[in-house]
Each structure stands twice: as structure tokens, then as C-alpha cells.
Design a protein. Structure first.
Length: 277
């Protein structure tokens, strides 16, 4: 497992945490119980562990909106997910929102929020983002680290690794999110196709995806659709650029309003540029 050395507290790192997975994992442990108290303790314990492992107190937890723009782009998006969430999911989410700095954008998934924030921090050069999740989709931002929420393993995401992950997923699809890949292109064939391309940015990635789509009888519209479903948004209004900053933020900075169900953190209410809704 990759470790940061020396392991001293260093607030030049920031944890960008997938709140959906954090709360799902925690709330599942109280299934069948009469109270979610165990799940509350699990959230608190996991947050302590993340910060201790990565030796930083800087963090932000991202949650998904109830409906996202990908449902408008692709009607079958995540349609294979029939199982209900754990019974205490919403209660545990409310606990997390009340006690930790959390963020949400309208029509946006936590994945996009994490990737957009990570990109902003990489571009800004001030903080090193550490993405905390189980979702392989988040291994797409070069020059970041990916922290496995369960095992604590840390993976450095290089430029080559990020674009290889994205190209593979565009070609082969994602069964978890019910995104179909290109028929006739499995993982082995996709890896051979990757060898024929040198991808260093999103424009080159789209050109490569389009080339393969046309080769296999798909249209430019098909290529754009799969690209938009797989590649996360990178230009959302950023907490790192909002004027608030993230240094030293606690839940007291943005008190939870139980009546309004308001987030203690950043809830962007305006229209987000470049979203197709």
C-alpha cells in the first residue's frame, strides 16, 4: 500500500469524499436494528480514520442530487439498480450533513462533484486532492491519489492511468451504471486499441472514442453520448474558488437547518454551465 512519508499532519492535502458511498456503507450496518446509532458511530469513525491515514484535517464530502443530468442523456442510466437503499440511509445522511462539511449541486452526481473539485485543486496547485471512494469511475483525474474507503489502500493516479481508465470505460461500458459499451469490443480488444493512441487530454480522448465508434458502425452522436456518460464534469462552480475556501471549515461555519433540510456546506442553486438541462 502506498503511504505518504513522512506521515505528519499536512494540510496541503484535501480529502474529497464520496458521500453517497460513505453513507450507504455506514447505514447498511444498521439494517434490521431499531436505531441507526451504530451507523452514526461508523461515519464518525471512518472520518477519523480517513484523516488519520492521510494526516490531514482538510476535507469536503460530496453528495448526489436526487436526479442527475445523465438520466436525461441516457434513459437507461442506472436502471439496473432495483434494490432499495438501507432503511436508515436518509437518517444517516442527515446526521452526516449536520455534523460535517458537505456539498451538493443540482442535477449532479457526487462523482462529478468530486472530479470537478479534484481538477480545480490540481489546476490551482495549492492542495493535493485525495479522492476517497470505492468507485473506479473516480480514477480519472491525473495527478491525484485514490484512497479506498474500505481497505485504506492508496493509488497514485498518473496521466497515463487516468486516460487509460477513461478510454477503457468508454469502449467497454460500465455494467454497474448500466452503460453499454461498443459491441464487439471487450477488454482485451480495447487494450489493443489503446496501444494505438497517445491520449493526454480530453480532446484527444474524445477523438479516439469517436474514431473507434465510427469504425464499429456507430454515429458521432453515439460517441458523444457515451463520452458524456463516462467522463465526469470538470467545470462545476468550485468550493475552492467560491471565495469561502475550505481551510478550517467545520459544520459550525454553515449550521444545519433541520426545517429546511439545508446542507451546512455549499449548495449551488444557479444553473450550471455546460450541463444539457
Amino acid at each position: 500500500m502506498l503511504r505518504f512519508e513522512p506521515l505528519e499532519y499536512d494540510n496541503s492535502r484535501i480529502l474529497l469524499i464520496d458521500g453517497d458511498i460513505l453513507v450507504y456503507r455506514a447505514s447498511a450496518l444498521s439494517e434490521g436494528a431499531t436505531s441507526p446509532s451504530l451507523s452514526f458511530d461508523v461515519v464518525a469513525g471512518m472520518m477519523q480514520r480517513f484523516q488519520a491515514d492521510m494526516q490531514t484535517t482538510e476535507y469536503a464530502i460530496m453528495f448526489s442530487d436526487s436526479t442527475t443530468f445523465r438520466h436525461y442523456l441516457y434513459s437507461d442510466y442506472k436502471s439496473n439498480r432495483k434494490a432499495p437503499k438501507p432503511s436508515f440511509y436518509e437518517v444517516v445522511k442527515q446526521y452526516t450533513v449536520k455534523n460535517y462539511f458537505c456539498t451538493r449541486w443540482p442535477y449532479v452526481e457526487a462523482d462529478d462533484a468530486v472530479v470537478s473539485e479534484a481538477t480545480a485543486f490540481v489546476d490551482g496547485g495549492e492542495l493535493t486532492p485525495i479522492i476517497v471512494s470505492l468507485d473506479k469511475d473516480l480514477k480519472q483525474v491525473p495527478n491525484t491519489f485514490f484512497y479506498n474507503l474500505v481497505t485504506g489502500a492508496v493509488e497514485a493516479i498518473t496521466q497515463e492511468a487516468a486516460y487509460t481508465n477513461l478510454f477503457l470505460q468508454c469502449l467497454t461500458g460500465d455494467a454497474v451504471d448500466h452503460i453499454g459499451g461498443i459491441k464487439g469490443v471487450g477488454k482485451k480488444k480495447a487494450e489493443k486499441l489503446i496501444a494505438n493512441h497517445c491520449i493526454t487530454n480530453h480532446d484527444e480522448l474524445y477523438t479516439a472514442v469517436l474514431e473507434v465508434c465510427l469504425l464499429y458502425g456507430y454515429t458521432e452522436r453515439d460517441a458523444q453520448a457515451v463520452f458524456d456518460c463516462v467522463v465526469m464534469q470538470r467545470n462545476l462552480p468550485s468550493i475552492s474558488l467560491s471565495g469561502w475556501g475550505v481551510h478550517g471549515l467545520t459544520c459550525e461555519n454553515f449550521p444545519y437547518d433541520a426545517d429546511q433540510g439545508a446542507f451546512n456546506g455549499y449548495v449551488y442553486e444557479g444553473r450550471i454551465p455546460n450541463l444539457p438541462i
